[in-house]
Design a protein around this ligand. Sequence first.
Ligand SMILES: [Zn+2]
Length: 149
Amino acid sequence: MSEGLARPEPRVTPVNEPYFVGAHKGKLMLQQCSSCCKFLFYPRVACPYCFALGTLLWVEASGQGSVESFSFVHRPQHPSFLSEVPIAFAAIRLVEGPTMLSVVRDVNARSIRLGMAVRADFEPINADYSLVIWKPATAHTGAATSSDV
Ligand SMILES: [Zn+2]
């Protein structure tokens, strides 16, 4: 994360607040329609699949996805990101179905691949907000493996 300049804060509304509250607690929250059972992202007031109102529930997602498309940002739109360039910006296909635009950390132009498995991680930008970012799913998670025994 860039030191010095403050990162821009997300625009939190009553509709998307559970997403940002979850992210700050280390949880990837998605809306799921209780009528047609589909997951959706970005947060909305009505289901875009069955058009039902009042059927969207917040649930914790798996945090697993894959890189569907990507590009590297060399000229960010805010100076607080300058120390991070090039930034891998990707469309992540969540295993639940929706696509999320986000940053992938711990990759470079040689290591990122279409279809690469990624997992959600959470990056605090200040005391109140964290952003959902993604990392390669194969990166060491600190969990014990058979080779650690
Ligand atoms: Zn629906």
